[in-house]
Design a protein around this ligand. Structure first.
Ligand code: AMP
Ligand code: GLY
Length: 421
């Protein structure tokens, strides 16, 4: 089978890697890919907003199945577009992708189906929003409605901060908007919860704890994720059941009532308060770096799983997972998530030897004349499966130390909540 993966991050390298291990897959294309995917897949340089060119490439090369990694093409309707040409696609359609593409869509769904979430208000003008602020308590959370690449969420401690946030959103900092969302601040512990669905049934696909802040001790700016571990320390059978019964099943019911369904990965960002789950946000894809953290734990053939999903036969597959715990450390360009330099050579990567259960997934890298250069904010992911998180983190740190790249920085404290006890 020939498989195509859309995207260029660490998540997509991990997806390609999992597909490569399938006996059924004999060719992988990654559009556009990175220096890591290029090691065993064919990278294809096409702009992800050029759906026609992507479709032509898929048809000309007779690619059997496409896996869409990132949110933007999903929210823009790439899955619907490709399916119109009878291309098999793993990834949700445009309507279902609104779960990530519009926070207000999701909030309204929560309201209608009584899904536990932070209390909220939706405002279409500054005057009403300000009036609301004068009667409320702080902190609270102000959010832009649409995709904002991990930005667009303001935790506000007073009226002035909230007004600045609302003004920035209405001024179009995150694209044209008619509405702003104001939410109650939930105090608890976050957990990433993953589902895979074929549109008729679904299965759980692991849990993880991301570390979004740039600096150790969860300080500094929000990033796409500086590291993760799986499973989340909060995971229990009874909490899983609550999440499925109170959040996932009503969400799928809501989509069904909109005459649609969900094929792909669904990522619920949750706040757990006194062992009760509250939905903070949905993403309609795997997380990054959660994907790199979770996929190496999967024993079952990943291609068979995605193939069963597009054929609505997920029920026929039994998932098997490795027992080991997984931890991922992300090596970034200095300055990320703000300004950073690209095109700095990352040396010594090829001299690192990896044992079983040790993985390096590329993200922002590019190969030039057989040398690796940085090409983004998050550059490499070091993933270790081991019997405990501490051993895994030490091993990941020792691998990072072998990299000769003075422009890199990373957090040494990934997993501190499960390790420093
Ligand atoms: P989101 O993009 O909606 O996941 O928000 C980004 C981050 O902001 C989340 O991972 C949380 O850490 C935080 N956050 C968002 N909404 C809330 C909320 N209602 N209460 C507390 N923290 C929140
Ligand atoms: N790691 C957070 C995300 O993928 O959205």
């Amino acid at each position: 089978m020939k498989v195509g993966v859309i995207g260029s991050g660490g998540r997509e390298h991990a997806l390609c890697h999992a597909l490569k291990n399938s006996e059924k897959v004999n060719k992988i294309y990654c559009i556009p890919g990175n220096a890591g995917t290029n090691l065993f897949a064919e990278n294809v340089e096409i702009n992800l907003s050029d759906f026609k060119k992507i479709k032509d490439f898929i048809l000309n090369n007779k690619i059997d199945l496409i896996v869409i990694g990132p949110e933007k093409p999903l929210v823009d309707g790439m899955a619907d577009y490709l399916k119109n040409f009878n291309i098999k696609v793993f990834g949700p359609n445009k309507i279902a992708s609104q779960l990530e593409g519009s926070k207000i869509f999701t909030k309204k769904l929560c309201e209608k189906y009584k899904i536990p979430t932070a209390k909220f208000g939706i405002f279409n003008n500054i005057k009403d929003a300000k009036k609301f602020l004068s009667q409320t308590i702080f902190p609270l959370v102000v959010k832009a409605d649409g995709l904002a690449a991990g930005k667009g969420v303001y935790i506000c401690n007073n009226i002035q901060q909230s007004i600045t946030a609302i003004e920035e959103i209405f001024e179009g900092k995150f694209g044209e908007t008619k509405e702003v969302l104001i939410e109650e601040f939930l105090k608890g512990e976050e957990m990433s919860f993953f589902i895979i669905s074929d549109g008729t049934t679904f299965k759980t696909f692991g849990t993880a704890q991301d570390h979004k802040r740039a600096l150790e001790g969860d300080e500094g700016k929000n990033t796409g994720g500086m590291g993760a571990y799986s499973p989340s320390r909060l995971e229990t059978l009874s909490l899983n059941k609550k999440i499925i019964d109170k959040i996932i099943i009503p969400t799928f019911k809501g989509l069904k009532n909109l005459n649609t369904n969900f094929v792909g990965f669904l990522y619920a960002g949750l706040m757990i308060i006194n062992d009760e789950p509250f939905l903070i946000e949905y993403n309609v894809r795997m997380g990054d770096p959660e994907c790199q953290t979770i996929l190496p734990k999967l024993k079952t053939d990943f291609f068979k799983i995605v193939d069963a999903c597009v054929d609505q036969k997920l029920n026929s597959i039994n998932f098997e997972w490795k027992e080991e715990k997984s931890i991922c450390l992300v090596l970034c360009s200095k300055g990320y998530p703000d300004k950073y330099e690209n095109n700095v050579e990352v040396k010594n990567l090829n001299n690192i030897s990896l044992n079983k259960n040790e993985f390096i997934f590329h993200a922002g890298t590019i190969n030039k004349n057989s040398k690796i250069f940085s090409n983004g904010g998050r550059v490499l992911n070091f993933v270790i499966l081991s019997k405990d998180f501490k051993v895994g983190r030490e091993k990941a740190l020792s691998l990072i130390e072998q990299i000769d790249w003075p422009n890199g920085f990373f957090r040494r404290d990934i997993g501190y909540k499960v390790i420093n006890k």
